[in-house]
Design a binder for this molecule. Structure first.
Ligand SMILES: Cc1cc2nc3c(=O)[nH]c(=O)nc-3n(C[C@H](O)[C@H](O)[C@H](O)COP(=O)(O)O)c2cc1C
Ligand SMILES: Nc1ncnc2c1ncn2[C@@H]1O[C@H](COP(=O)(O)OP(=O)(O)OP(=O)(O)O)[C@@H](O)[C@H]1O
Length: 311
């Protein structure tokens, strides 16, 4: 997969099947669009392209933190191997001020040579969000592309969206989050050196700091699975600032893995979060915390007696 950041760097004259949007989370609805693009590629021998807006410049301009389901890096990793091109387009002034008509003519047709365009029913684009599926359909004949409009994937009686997933993530409702994503909520990061206190207490942990632009579930203890060197390990971990042992305000994911005894420091790992167990607590002593963590570990082992990763 070619990864291109910035429209100006896309310089391929081959025809494409392209899907467009913000694609935060690459949830089940997004996957439907990506799958359609893959099918069109196989059928018509065109290049398959995911065109994703990078909303970071907008958040920076507004002075707001970006709280995404995934970081840009995680999105890139997740798309790897699915399409020919992942084009990330920073949402800068020149893009946000472009009219919808110009976006179709200059970007979709002019730069991307789109032969097939795939979007959801509610896709909006262009200055003032004036562009929609009706406008895309209107210009299809003139510009020689075919439009595919996919029905929205549902979760219960509500449409799946990044917004809906973030609402549930903020509540720690991992079941809903994971079902809407169609894969477990994932954090990628590098294992850092901790203070080795866990090891002394009998539960060594891997410590990972998530990307700063990532929305995490509420601080608390969660069932998780961690991939190290291509092998998955079951575990239970804490998302938070570990107030019992430090006054630092740095949010980490710390996980105790049941069957791992290697040295994971500085390795890149993937953490999947499954189920909320309890909120993070400031215990009166490390001994009291140890009792609770031991109970958490017993709970986690019991959990995996009946379930395998991903179930
Ligand atoms: C299952 C589990 C539950 C935890 N729960 C809490 C908690 O409720 N409060 C807290 O302050 N720290 C909690 N922690 C974090 C521990 O304080 C931390 O892992 C320990 O101090 C070791 O830190 P170190 O890696 O820096 O040595 C938990 C850790 C695990 C693995
Ligand atoms: N549930 C869904 N089913 C099918 N297509 C979807 C679904 N949700 C979004 N899409 C389509 O995926 C593309 C990218 O959507 P985008 O990420 O911009 O929206 P979203 O997931 O609804 O996010 P947000 O909640 O931030 O608006 C668009 O073409 C959109 O119509």
């Amino acid at each position: 997969m070619d990864y291109i950041k910035g429209l100006e760097f896309y310089q391929d004259s081959r025809e494409t099947a392209v899907t467009l949007g913000k694609f935060d989370g690459l949830h089940r609805g997004h996957q439907k669009l990506v799958n359609r693009v893959k099918k069109l590629k196989n059928k018509h021998r065109v290049r398959s392209v995911v065109f994703a807006f990078d909303m970071l410049p907008l958040y920076e301009k507004l002075g707001l933190p970006r709280e995404g389901i995934m970081s840009n890096e995680e999105r890139k990793m997740r798309l790897h191997g699915t399409v020919d091109v992942f084009l990330e387009c920073p949402f800068v002034e020149s893009i946000s001020s472009m009219t919808a008509e110009a976006f179709i003519k200059d970007v979709l047709v002019g730069i991307l040579h789109a032969k097939y365009i795939v979007v959801g029913t509610d896709f909006r684009f262009g200055h003032g969000k004036r562009g929609d599926v009706h406008m895309l359909a209107e210009y299809a004949g003139a510009y020689g592309y075919e439009l595919f409009v996919e029905e929205k994937e549902m979760y219960g009686d509500r449409e799946i969206s990044s917004t809906y997933i973030k609402e549930e993530l903020r509540k720690g409702n991992m079941k809903a989050v994971n079902e809407m994503l169609g894969y477990p909520y994932t954090v990628n990061g590098t294992v850092e050196y901790g203070r080795q206190l866990g090891r002394r207490l009998g539960f060594p942990t891997i410590n990972v700091q998530p990307a700063k632009e990532k929305l995490l579930p509420p601080n608390g203890v969660y069932i998780d699975c961690v991939e190290i060197d291509g092998i998955w390990y079951n575990g239970i971990g804490n998302v938070g600032v570990k107030p019992t042992v430090t006054d630092e305000n740095r949010v980490l994911i710390e996980s105790y893995l049941f069957d791992y005894d290697g040295n994971a420091y500085e390795k890149d790992v993937e953490i999947q979060i499954y189920e909320f167990r309890r909120p993070e607590q400031k215990f009166a002593s490390v001994e009291e915390m140890k009792e609770h963590v031991n109970a958490d570990i017993a709970y986690g082992k019991e959990y995996f007696r009946y379930k395998r990763r991903g179930e």
